[in-house]
Design a protein around this ligand. Sequence first.
Ligand code: CTP
Length: 397
Amino acid sequence: MLKGKKILLGVTGSIAAYKSASLVRLLVKAGADVKVVMTPSAEGFISALTLSTLSKNEVLTRIATDHQWANHVMLGRWADLMLMAPLSCNTMAKMASGICDNLLMSVYLSATCPVMLAPAMDEDMWKHPATRRNLATLESFGHKVIPVNHGELASGLIGEGRMAEPEDIFQFVQDFFLNSQIWAGKKVLVTAGPTYEPIDPVRFIGNHSSGKMGIAIAEVCRDRGADVTLVCGPVSEPMPTGIKDIPVKTAADMYEACVKEFPEMDIAIMSAAVADYTVLNPAGQKIKKKEDSLQLELVKTKDILRALGELKRDGQFLVGFALETNNEKENALAKLQAKNADMIVLNSLNDAGAGFGQPTNKIIIFDRKGREQSFPLKHKKAVARDIIQSIHEALHP
Ligand code: CTP
């Protein structure tokens, strides 16, 4: 995921420096090329040997050794991202005022790449007005600050100031690279939410879809630079900003909107829970409670995904969802073929925490080239990132 990305990790004197080892491991495992620069005081918390073994690169600490001068300018220019983790109160203050008294500071002052910070300190230091001011200064430089955690601190006190966990920092780094507008100029159509099929003017047949998954997908596509059109059924979630949203009610409305928009699109992701049947002749007036039983005649709706699969031209990428309760893989693969999709995202209602209304989801992705990717239970925004990453990989093998 981070293949070929050059990351310069600055490690400063904080007890959280022991977590830098895990961070380096995560980055290297994801394919990044990691070089570590430590401040002299960081050496008291973690050994250069540990970090050089994990990063597979020499760890630099001093501007000059007996025979050699570390070329801080070239190091600063080498990196795609400079990450300070942990960032101590002291180094933060030096960065804010441009003090250049060690190798890490001279690399920082020479760096032309974006800079990300993971501060670590005790709560009182974190809340001190000097720290607040320094942080504001660094933010004004355009540096991205990874929020600190609340928890047990080195002092033994509980409070704010713990460095974010390595997994969270890793996620920020990954997002940074993904966020770098990989889909700039791409047009993406997303469907979300349920459809409501009217029975009469006050009643409808609907389902439990909250629209959360599709909305998260639309947001992630937007954050990747795409031009997003979201066709969304009735939901209570707020619509994301920076996208074109087309609100619809029925499966027929959604079909019409999608068929109209699709020719212009590069990618279409159909995550809506579209009704499969609609009421043949909805009553024009409210149905009164006269009879003991009431029969509704239902007729099949048009399958939007299938229709787009038929309209699909070369260069368009079509993603469908499959919500299954049994024979999940078999049904998902059958939908991939039958609807001429390029990818199917399977959710099983058998997985706890997955599916309708939940903030989380657990998916398996199947594509036409036979790729199958299983993901653990994640927050829907993280699931959306996995889906977008998987589409991106399929488009750029
Ligand atoms: N879908 C659609 N139009 C419909 C019904 C479904 O576009 N009228 C899309 C959904 O948005 C989803 C995919 O088809 O991307 C699969 O939906 P799902 O309900 O799992 O499957 P169905 O095709 O409806 O089949 P079944 O209900 O028999 O499982």
